[in-house]
Design a protein around this ligand. Structure first.
Ligand code: COA
Length: 299
């Protein structure tokens, strides 16, 4: 790629999350560019320990440009893929069009290669931005299907609040021991993303099925549509057991991950959202089925 980097007055830094000022600069960048606040992550166990941020800082210590890499292992057709994720990609408006984003992207991808990651994935509404680096877009799907009869033997679930210290400790131990929600495609470890996503969307509810040792991330809209976002458990409960524990009888059901372990059949529907998953690496071993990853892993 042509070299046209204009970083006059900026300083490049890498791996700056342990510096409180560096972390604060990222929180501020994401608030200003995306309108999201990842500040609460510090009270939820902190950023993913595998994170490796790459950023250009101005003289005031503000971040002009950033992208962060982190380990995001996933399972694909029963195989564990040693993959990295990229997130928090942004450049402040006055600094755009100078090659800063290309620069941090190349640095992050070089780092991923040196670390031995066999694939890199990221969510984006601008897939074309990543084509020059060999990323290809993967269409995502939600699964729609009949409401199963709730299992009557299921014990009643209780709500979990990640901002409560005891609930957070329980969630963290479940996240540590979790199995992938699907054998065909699912993220295997994503504690930090799961926890911050519970705070970014106020409609997301987390319920604990004690007898199954499972935390359920879900939503229900006014029309009675139940959306299952994620299940954090060593062994997946069936959808009937989940609905029984939640004591709900929704009008319709959608599942926002590959549902092969739920004892339930859903029909894949293309996701309407403009966000796409893009993947680099793995040769031609891309999913040959309607793909989906839990929105609780979205970054
Ligand atoms: C997208 C963004 C990061 C680009 O930053 P930038 O510093 O202007 O990018 P660069 O100058 O390094 O340009 C990199 C390349 O991306 C291209 N590009 C820039 N904005 C683009 C867009 N919105 N869509 C597609 N391509 C784009 C540029 O033309 C350039 O291509 P070239 O190398 O062939 O000339 C910046 O506009 C931004 O922060 N936008 C809002 C947040 C966002 O969308 N982040 C990406 C989320 S995944």
């Amino acid at each position: 790629m042509e070299q046209r980097l204009d970083s006059a007055g900026l300083t490049f830094r890498q791996d700056y999350f342990s510096d409180p000022a560096g972390w604060a600069a990222l929180v501020s960048l994401l608030r200003d560019i995306f309108g999201i606040d990842i500040g609460p992550l510090q009270q939820l166990g902190g950023p993913d320990p595998t994170s490796m941020p790459f950023g250009w800082f101005d003289a005031e210590g503000e971040l002009a440009a950033n992208i962060s890499a982190f380990a995001l292992p996933f399972v694909l057709n029963g195989r564990n893929v040693h993959a990295a994720g990229l997130q928090s990609g942004a450049v402040r408006p006055p600094w755009r069009g100078r090659g800063l984003y290309s620069d941090v992207t190349v640095k992050a991808l070089d780092w991923c290669e040196r670390q031995g990651f066999e694939a890199v994935i990221l969510y984006t509404d601008k897939p074309s931005l990543y084509e020059p680096y060999g990323f290809r877009a993967i269409a995502l799907h939600r699964y729609e299907g009949p409401t199963p009869d709730p299992s009557s033997s299921a014990a009643r679930a209780r709500p979990l609040l990640p901002t409560n210290a005891d609930d957070l400790a329980l969630l963290q131990s479940l996240l540590k021991r979790r199995s992938p929600v699907s054998t065909s495609l699912a993220v295997t470890v994503n504690a930090a993303m799961f926890l911050i996503n519970t705070q970014l969307d106020p409609d997301i509810r987390i319920s604990f099925l004690e007898d199954r040792q499972a935390a359920i991330a879900w939503k229900m809209d006014e029309a009675g549509r139940f959306s299952l976002l994620d299940v954090v458990a060593a062994e997946m409960p069936s959808l009937a057991a989940i609905l029984g524990g939640l004591e709900i009888a929704p009008a319709s059901v959608e599942v926002l991950f590959r549902p092969d372990k739920l004892g339930w059949d859903g029909v894949p529907q293309p996701l309407e959202s403009g966000t796409r998953l893009v993947l680099r690496g793995l040769g031609h071993a891309t999913p040959d089925f309607p793909a989906m990853l839990s929105p609780m892993a979205e970054f």
